[in-house]
Write a protein that binds this ligand. Sequence first.
Ligand code: BGC
Length: 455
Amino acid sequence: MANEVQADGTQNSGFVFTVSAVSALAGLLFGYDTGVISGAILFVQEDFRLSTFQEEIVVGAVLLGAMIGAAGGGRLADRFGRRLVLVQVACLFILGALGTSLASGATLLSVGRVVVGIAIGIASFTAPLYISEISPAHIRGKLVSLNQLMITIGILVSYLADYALAASRGWRWMFGLAAVPGLILLIGLLFVPESPRWFVKQQLRDRARAVLAKIRNPLAIDAELAEIESSLTQQEGSWRELSSPALRPALLIGIGLAVFQQFTGINTVIYYAPTIFQLAGLQSHSAAILATAGVGTVNVLLTVLALELLDRAGRRPLLLFGLVGMIFSLVFLGAAFLAENPTPALAWISLICVMAYVACFAVSLGPIFWLMIAEIYPLKLRSRAMAVATMFNWGSNLLVALTFLSLLRALGRPATFWLYALVGLVAWVFVLRMVPETKGKTLEQIEAAWRSHTT
Ligand code: BGC
C-alpha cells in the first residue's frame, strides 16, 4: 500500500494503520497488566504470606496508580506532545515490569505495581488521543478502537500466561513478561510521527504539514490544516470553557460514559470470572479457568466485529443495542442465581449469560467510551478533558473492584447483578438523550456542532 491515494483524501492508509497499531500496543500492556494479577496474586500471597489487607493493597495498587497517572497525564500530553508521552510511558512499563518481577517483598511489589498503574493511567487515554488525531474521519472509529482490541488481547494473553506459568509458580515471570511488549512499543515509537494536530496547536505549522504529507492526499492537506487552524481560533483552552454551556454536555458525556462503563460491572467478570463460575457450580479449578479463557476469547472476537461496525452503523446504535443486551444478560444471570443450589444447568446458564454480557460490552461501552472521549473535545482542551474522564473511569473501576465481593455478601447474588442491570438502564437513557453521533465527522466538525447548539 506504499503510496496509495484513496478517493476520500487519505493517502498511504497502510502507514496510518501501522502507526495506529504501534500506539495501540499501549493498550496491550493496559490489558495484560490489569489481567495478570488475577493469577499471580495466588502465588504472591503464599510466597510473601500476605494478610488480606496487604493482598488488597497489591491488587488495588494498579488501579490507584492509574488514577494518579490519568490525573497528571493530561498536562504532559499537552506539553510534550502525544508521541513523547507514549515514549515515556513505554519506559515506565518496562521499568515497572522489571521492578515487580524482582521485588523482594510486598512493599516493593506494591510500589512497582503503582508505577505500572501510572503508566496504564497515562497510556489509556494518550493512545486513543494520538490515534484519533492522525486518523482520517471515515475510519477513525476502527483505528482508535484498535487500542480496545489490544486491551482485550492483552487480557486474554495474561490469562494464558497465568495458566501456563501456574505449574511452576512463576509469578515473577508473569509480571516480567510485560517488558517484551513494552520494548516493542518503545522501538516502534521511533518510527511514529507526532500528531499533526498537536503541532498546529504548538504553532508548528510546517511540521504539521510534513506529517500530513505522509498520511493524506496532497490535495487535501491545505483544507485540513485550515480546518484545524480555524477551529483553534474559537477555542480558549481554559477549564472555564469546559464548563461553559457549549461544552458542558461534552464534559458530562465523557464522565457519564466513564462511570457507566465501569458501574455496569464489566470488571467483576474480567477480574472475578472464575469466582462467578465456581459459585454457579463449575467445581474444578481448571474448568473455571477454561471458562474464563472462553470469556476472554469472546471479548477479543466481538471487539474485532465492533471495529468493522463502528464506522458503518455508528456509535449511538451500537451503544443502545449493546446496552440492551448487557441489561438482559445481567437480569438472566441474577435470575439463574435464584436457584438454591449450584447445578450443572446453572453453571451452563451462567456461562452463557456471562458470555452474552461480555459480547454486548465488546461491541458497545468497551470500545466506544475510549473512542468518544478522543472525539468530543476541542483540541486545546482535549488531553486534559480526556484525562478527567479517564480518572473517573479508573476511580469507578477501583470502587467496583473493592465493593463486588461485599455486595455479593450484603445483597446476595441475584440482587448484585440486578443492581448492575439497573445502572445499565440508566446508562441507556443517558445515551439516548445525551450522546451525539460522531461517525464520519472530522474532529473539528464535531467541535463546531457543540458550539452551534448554543448559538
Ligand atoms: C475497560 C476495562 C475493561 C476492558 C475489558 C476496557 O474498555 O476500560 O476496564 O477491563 O475494557 O475489555
